[in-house]
Design a protein around this ligand. Structure first.
Ligand code: ASP
Ligand code: MG
Length: 402
């Protein structure tokens, strides 16, 4: 018995049958004597549909109104789920983000949670209610609704679990855990029993779309143990926590990310301060940079290559071209690239990881454009059309294929 936070994503509540399925999971947990707080996303593609409706009006809608609109999606699912729980004979109450005490900063569409004032939730729990909370939304200091950015309801769940000091935070989804690679695409992909926050963070950022990365950051910060679990298949999922007791695996997963654009600055003058000026210009424009590479200088010029997400491609090229020292240097971009990465806390102490990855790519005749490494990951940039083949080959090299 304890306090359990359960989060259900959009696909888990997509239709009436799924809502009833969720109600059964929630009421089973409640009937075992637990206090239960449920966080839900909007049903199925609701958020996308709302955004599409807004775009029919304008592509420049105010972010405040976009948040007002998008927050409506979760309002539907909390009410329906509360009704479904009551239908199964348990007491429930639905709360919008602001009613549940979510206070955020004022950045519409990408708000950060400042705190969760838990009085209302606690009162409802004391009355033995199952509390159903709208994920993804909160209230700012102007008493306006905000949303946390796409996929934000994972973060709502972790924030509630942290604020209530919950015994467990379960993230229910349509996959049954975190895999070593996308199980729909890669033969032999395995489900992990446990994974560390840092590894999960790398996987989340690198495009394994199981958990939103801000939710993992928050879970790490407040030490909230997460369980990623299927809402359709009742088997134990993957636990995300600080350290795993299992033997350190060399590599925990292989991912690909196609949302990458490679920007090249070729033949810029080889003098001090160029990198500083390029990257501070990008930072000023709020453009996040990932892999960075600078060539050895020759004939007083050098090349700088870096990657940004595709949404920032044009703006990045424009703002670099506008720099006074660019002169005759060429600035161009290429978004037909993909980033393939291996992630694992064990690789720090195993020298052969990089060569094993490169050998697997070589074996398939795949050319590596750039390489970058950190303590727990190695990423390469390759031609986008080779991405799936590359992930399978690298996965097989580390995990076999049965
Ligand atoms: N409904 C929101 C979205 O689609 C939040 C979420 O699903 O986590 O992004
Ligand atoms: Mg999600």
């Amino acid at each position: 018995m304890g306090l359990i936070v359960q989060k259900f994503g959009g696909s888990s509540v997509a239709n009436t049958e799924r809502v009833m399925n969720v109600a059964r999971i929630v009421t089973d947990t409640y009937k075992k004597g637990n206090d239960v707080v449920v966080v839900v996303s909007a049903q199925g593609d609701t958020t996308d549909d709302l955004i599409a409706k807004a775009k029919e009006i304008s592509h420049h809608n105010s972010k405040r109104e976009m948040d007002m609109l998008m927050a409506a999606g979760e309002q539907i699912s909390i009410a329906l789920l509360a009704m479904a729980i009551e239908e199964l004979g348990c007491p429930a109450i639905s709360l919008l983000g602001w009613q549940a005490g979510f206070r955020t900063d004022s950045v519409y569409s990408a708000a950060r949670i400042k705190k969760v004032e838990t009085d209302r939730i606690k009162t409802e729990l004391d009355n033995r209610k199952i509390v159903v909370v709208a994920g993804f939304q909160g209230l700012n200091k102007y008493q306006d609704m905000t949303t946390l950015g796409r996929g934000g309801s994972d973060t709502s769940a972790v924030a509630i679990a942290a604020a209530l000091n919950a015994d467990r935070c379960q993230i229910f989804t349509d996959v049954d855990g975190v895999y070593t690679a996308d199980p729909r695409k890669v033969k032999g992909a395995r489900r992990l029993q446990e994974i560390t926050y840092d590894e999960m963070l790398e996987l989340a950022t690198l495009g394994a779309q199981v958990l939103n990365n801000r939710s993992v950051e928050m879970a790490k910060k407040y030490n909230v143990e997460l369980e990623v679990i299927s809402s359709l298949n009742p088997i134990p999922g993957t636990i995300v926590k600080e350290t795993t007791k299992m033997e350190k695996m060399l590599v925990r997963g292989v991912t690909k990310d196609k949302d990458v654009s490679k920007i090249s600055i070729v033949g810029v003058e080889d003098v001090p301060g160029i990198a500083f000026k390029v990257f501070s210009q990008l930072a000023k424009n709020n453009i996040n940079v990932d892999i960075i590479l600078q060539s050895v200088g020759r004939d007083n010029t050098k090349d700088i290559v870096f990657t940004v997400s595709m949404a920032n491609e044009e703006e990045a090229v424009e703002c670099i071209k506008a720099l006074p020292f660019i002169g005759d240097a060429k600035v161009f971009s290429d978004n037909t690239v993909a980033k393939v990465s291996v992630v694992g806390a064990g690789m720090e102490t195993h020298p052969g990881t990089a060569s094993k990855m490169f050998e697997a790519l070589y074996g398939k005749g795949i050319n590596i454009q750039t390489i970058s490494t950190s303590e727990i990951k190695i990423s390469v940039l390759i031609d986008e059309k080779d991405a799936d083949k590359a992930v399978s080959a690298v996965h097989e090299a580390f995990f076999g294929n049965d």
